[in-house]
Design a protein. Structure first.
Length: 1128
């Protein structure tokens, strides 16, 4: 039997009502349930208001009550009358018998704010009044004409916060389970997860009724009169005795109603124990996209930042999402971020409906932070008896602001969610106010006072006043969140934190700069962190210079932050610190771009990137900073100024500052207007820096400004001719001729001038990052060809620290003409890492004598691999020297030499070697470890060599092989192409007593899909640890043959099928989809007449169903809590 009273109220309130009756009714009911100070404003001169009162935070408001269909027009008319009559209150509460959606509430609030400067503080619509009229017989009769009394069974829960109606989202599975349920039921879910709301929806179908907590006699009468199919005991963990009474009453009445107990996860077993034989239904968190639908349904259509904040704080709890969205309807982004909106909305309602003690209970649980506290601890701290605390907790759970923390020593702990509400509550309850609670006494009741450090610091960030030293001493040095929170309190705390907790120094500095705690202090600290940090900024958001740049680009005060950065970098450079880091930071400061990013509020898998040039007026102000920046460059022009030159690209090509086809003509014009002056002065400053000028020249060309570059440098580092597809050959030839001409021109100059042109140009280009075209080695070759004193060149270049490829032609020339001292210098260079490769090249390619050649071969390492390969392939090394390389002390050198000889383009081949050399070549190959494509190609082309090599590899595997012993994938794949006889022989050669990881993929390929090879491996009892590889690559019909073979040898079915999960090490998409695909493959197998096939198929379905379900649960956690939270 349905709740007829509830149905009658719903039907009656939907009919036209008398406004003159509804107005005093609204005032009376709202005063009783929400606003104790509310009083009516009667008579005809009410100036647009039907009542006045104060909100829970003390804000005065006036009430507008209406029954009219067009609530907006009536509300605006009343507010206009009130404002025009000189009313001073700027908050209004709307009471209406009509439904008002969340979106409509937000529209009304925005309209009132924009037109009258009045905010809509709260809306009480039809749903609220149904609940209040249900429990007010007098007003129900007078307003609706509905007689009758409320009963002990009802469709309304005992506690319900007034919020807009929202659709039931994401609960199809749970709804169907409830409708299909038979017998007693325990519904389990976190506080605020939406259990009660779900039940209210199915109760519309006469599914059952709530036990309203009346005396047992009243409950018995209601059961006899209403005949419910199910009776719901909400928050059963706080009233387990009520379950016993319900069971007893059911037995006494010989009734057949089912009992439904609603509880939290931590109490589920206890509640289930009080309801023997019950079935459990889990109600889990909604996914992020579902929470987005909920808050959009409440009228929060944007901005994205607000939606993301609400979803992150809701953490899958629909009740919390509704509470947050309700607060957001009358708050702003800052109020949401600080928890103040929730504090006003939630705590105010709790205080009105549950009493002032609810605020204290919430405050104590908030003080316990993420760790949480027990009900007993709350009672002890607040001097409240356990029944009172339980009743308060039951009411507090309805808004989704409580959650169960992990239990400690078996005791259930509760915490306040979200964290921002914790901080606002701690400030409100324990801050220095007249009615605040004693903090020290509360701390003594917690598991440990240290858990209160972060909530107290969060409150201090919200302007709460606590003793700084006392809170600092509470911080656990292992708690990075608390450490950073303390550091962000202010400049003094930042310095103290860096001194007290240096192990979190980097994190403190990064976060402090982002929050602008003390930019003058954090900027030089970030610059210091950037020294020798060679990571690419674009792919490392935590790079110190990237942090500086991102912070500048997103700043609300773009001119001020750039000016401060320039001043800070200037001080850094004046102190003699790293110039490159300083100029890179200046490039960030002078980039005329606004850049901000945000992720989609649901799953966070797509992002919005806003990139645009600064506005014209800001560009003009930033352009003036160039004078200061160029003064710095002029003072430090001998330093690493190139990064600042690169930064000019944004001023010369401003269209690159925005995405796609977006156009910002005014801003781009302002940028281009400022650019020529900067380029001209920079060119004047850098007259002695040809490398930097070479980088500056394209920008000048774009603006029509000629940037002059010294002639010698422009010849040695010309423009890249590869960009001229039609004439690149001609331009290359011209560039080579120009170098030859320059060499001829300078050949007669003093040696030091020639060295300056050659090595000095190279140094400038290197500083500017100009690597191509680089023609200085060509000029060195030209100068060396006819040099009569190459040794003088060798000495001058090494004294200058010139590049090895500049030294090489002079060193080779000195050997060719047998210059005095060339041998000694060769020996010296062989020991010098900077020049060893040049000396080795000369020693291997030219006749220097066996002793020096042997020294060169002995110095070879894996670093010289490309050099040796190049010399062999170019035919610069003779066959005799090649054979000596095969005997090199370093096995990697011998191996690389052996490989180079068989490269397709090599001028030297194996047949060119002596018989002894050919035998040695084969020994080297067989003894080598492969690590590249050509080795695999060599072995694949010679099965006999491949088999010999594999036997050798097996023999080299020791008892503790390292990861590098794993074979390249291409070579492993090639094993399957060996003849069957060879693969059978290889199974016999597999060593025993070796760890399986380097063998498992090799054995898999050797076995392949053949039953005979699988049987051969299974016959090797000493290889039991890799027998399982026979069962990879399935399930399919070929796999089934091998699986039946394993089954016939006594393997358990689940063991047989489980090894198919190792068929692949990676996959695309969701992990659950991968396991589902394997499950589907098992289901497609033919069971046939052999029942063993069915046994294996059933085992596969079982194993992979479990794997799929576990993966699906982990993926669902991601969809609830966001990316990066899997498994947490």
């Amino acid at each position: 039997m349905p709740d007829t009273l509830h149905g009658a109220i719903e039907e009656a309130i939907a009919r036209p009502l008398k406004g003159d009756v509804f107005e005093p009714c609204a005032v009376d009911l709202l005063r009783e349930h929400h606003y104790p100070s509310l009083r009516p404003v009667g008579g005809g001169n009410d100036a647009g208001m039907d009542g006045v009162g104060e909100l829970p935070d003390g804000t005065p408001f006036f009430l507008v009550a209406t029954v009219k269909k067009d609530a907006r027009a009536n509300l605006e008319r009343n507010v206009r009358s009130y404002v025009e009559a000189g009313g001073e209150r700027r908050a209004v509460v709307l009471a209406t018998s009509r439904p008002v959606s969340g979106r409509r509430r937000r529209e009304l609030d925005q309209s009132l704010r924009n037109e009258f400067g009045v905010r809509l503080a709260a809306t009480h619509d039809r749903t609220d009044f149904i609940g209040m009229l249900y429990r007010s017989a007098a007003w129900r009769r007078e307003l609706l004409g509905v007689p009758g009394e409320a009963r002990a069974l009802t469709r309304l829960p005992a506690t319900r916060r007034p919020t807009p109606e929202v659709p039931l989202v994401g609960r199809d599975r749970e709804g169907e389970a409830l409708r299909a349920s038979e017998g007693d039921l325990v519904i389990v879910g976190k506080p605020g997860i939406g259990k009660t709301f779900l039940l209210q929806q199915v109760m519309k179908e006469d599914w059952g009724l709530f036990d309203d907590g009346w005396d047992i006699g009243d409950l018995e009468d209601a059961i006899r009169d209403m005949g419910p199919a199910r009776i719901v005991a909400d928050d059963a963990h706080l009233q387990t005795d009520r379950l016993s009474r319900l069971r007893q009453l059911r037995a006494q009445m010989s009734a057949d109603f089912a009992i439904v107990a609603v509880t939290w996860p931590g109490s589920a077993d206890e509640v289930a124990g009080a309801l023997p034989g019950s079935v459990r239904l889990e109600v889990s968190e909604l996914e992020r996209d579902e929470i987005l639908r909920v808050i959009e349904g409440m009228g929060i259509g944007g901005p994205v930042a607000l939606q993301a904040a609400l979803i992150n704080q809701a953490r899958g709890c629909v009740g919390r999402a509704v509470t947050l969205a309700s607060a957001a309807l009358t708050g702003d982004l800052r109020d949401i971020a600080t928890g103040d909106a929730l504090l006003r909305d939630v705590v105010g309602w709790y205080s009105r409906s549950l009493g002032a003690e609810s605020r204290h209970v919430l405050g104590f649980l908030a003080l316990a932070g993420n760790h949480g506290a027990t009900l007993e601890q709350a009672g002890e701290a607040l001097h409240l008896p356990p029944p009172t605390v339980s009743d308060l907790i039951r009411g507090l759970a309805t808004g989704g602001t409580l959650d169960e923390a992990p239990p400690v020593a078996g005791a259930i702990h509760l915490r306040v969610e979200p964290p921002d509400l914790r901080y606002a509550l701690v400030r409100e309850v324990y801050g220095p106010r007249g009615d605040s609670l004693p903090l020290h006494a509360a701390l003594e009741c917690l598991d440990t006072p240290a858990i209160a450090a972060l909530p107290l610091l969060g409150a201090m960030h919200g302007r709460a006043q606590f003793d700084r030293a006392f809170v600092r001493d509470l911080v656990d040095r292992r708690d990075s969140q608390a450490v950073v929170a303390f550091a962000l309190l202010g400049p003094a705390e930042l310095g103290e934190a860096l001194e007290r907790w240096p192990h979190f120094g980097r994190e403190i500095i990064l976060q402090a700069h982002r929050s602008e705690t003390d930019p003058s202090a954090t900027l030089p600290l970030l610059l210091a962190l950037a020294v020798r940090d060679n990571r690419a900024e674009h792919s490392h958001p935590e790079h110190p210079l990237r942090v500086i740049g991102d912070h500048i680009a997103a700043a609300a005060s773009p001119v001020e932050i750039r000016r401060a950065t320039v001043e800070g970098v200037d001080l850094w450079l004046r102190a003699g610190h790293d110039a490159e880091v300083g100029f890179r930071a200046l490039a960030h400061a002078m980039r005329p771009q606004l850049r901000r990013t945000s992720m989609d509020p649901a799953l966070g898998r797509t992002g919005t990137i806003i990139e645009a040039p600064l506005s014209p007026d800001v560009v003009a102000a930033v352009a003036k900073l160039w004078d200061r920046v160029l003064d710095i460059m002029e003072r430090q022009k001998d330093g690493a100024v190139e990064a600042l030159v690169d930064g000019l690209g944004a001023w010369v090509y401003p269209s690159q500052l925005s995405f796609g086809d977006a156009s910002f003509e005014a801003s781009e014009s302002a940028i281009l207007e400022a650019a020529p002056r900067v380029v001209e002065r920079m060119a004047d400053i850098l007259t002695e820096r040809p490398g930097a000028l070479r980088k500056l020249r394209p920008y000048g060309a774009k603006l029509g400004i000629e940037v002059a570059i010294p002639r010698e440098f422009s010849i040695l580092f010309p423009d890249d001719w590869r960009r001229s597809a039609d004439e690149w050959a001609e331009r290359e030839r011209g560039a080579i001729e120009a170098v030859a001409g320059l060499a001829e021109e300078v050949r007669e100059r003093p040696l030091d001038e020639q060295v300056e042109i050659l090595a000095g140009s190279d140094e400038e280009a290197d500083a500017a990052g100009l690597a191509y075209p680089r023609l200085t080695p060509l000029m060195a070759q030209s100068l060396a060809e006819s040099s009569a004193e190459p040794i003088a060149w060798v000495d001058a270049l090494t004294a200058r620290g010139a590049a090895a490829d500049l030294l090489l032609p002079f060193l080779a020339r000195s050997v060719e003409i047998r210059s005095e001292g060339c041998g000694e210098r060769l020996v010296t260079f062989l020991e010098d890492d900077s020049y060893s490769w040049a000396a080795i090249q000369v020693a291997l390619a030219l006749p220097v004598g066996e002793e020096i050649e042997a020294m060169a071969i002995a110095r070879l390492t894996g670093r010289h691999r490309q050099l040796v390969e190049a010399l062999l392939m170019q035919g610069k090394i003779g066959s005799r020297t090649a054979e000596r390389l095969l005997d090199a002390p370093n096995p990697a050198v011998a191996r690389d030499s052996a490989l180079a000889i068989v490269m397709p383009v090599a001028n030297l081949t194996v047949s060119d070697l002596s018989e002894e050399g050919r035998a040695r070549w084969r020994e080297v190959i067989v003894a080598s470890q492969p690590d590249e494509y050509w080795f695999a190609e060599l072995l694949k082309g010679d099965p006999e060599l491949f088999a010999d090599w594999l036997r050798s590899w097996f023999a080299r595997l020791g008892g503790d092989p390292a990861d590098h012993w794993l074979l390249p994938h291409s070579l492993v794949e090639a094993l399957g192409g060996l003849p069957l006889a060879v693969r059978m022989a290889m199974i016999d050669a597999i060593p025993s007593g070796t760890p399986s990881f380097p063998l498992q993929d090799v054995a898999t390929e050797i076995v392949g899909a053949d039953l005979s090879t699988a049987e051969a491996l299974l016959d090797r009892a000493d290889l039991e640890d890799i027998h399982w590889v026979c069962l990879r690559r399935g399930p399919d019909e070929e796999w089934m043959g091998r699986a039946l073979l394993a089954l016939s040898r006594g393997w358990e079915p689940e063991r047989v099928v489980s090894y198919t999960q190792f068929s692949e090490s990676t996959w695309w998409g969701e992990e659950s989809h991968h396991w589902q695909a394997t499950l589907d493959a098992f289901l497609k197998l033919d069971r046939g007449d052999d029942e063993r096939r069915g046994t294996l198929i059933d085992a596969g379905v079982k194993v992979f169903s479990e794997l799929r379900d576990r993966a699906d649960e982990r993926e669902r956690e991601e969809r609830v809590f966001g990316l990066g939270h899997r498994g947490q």
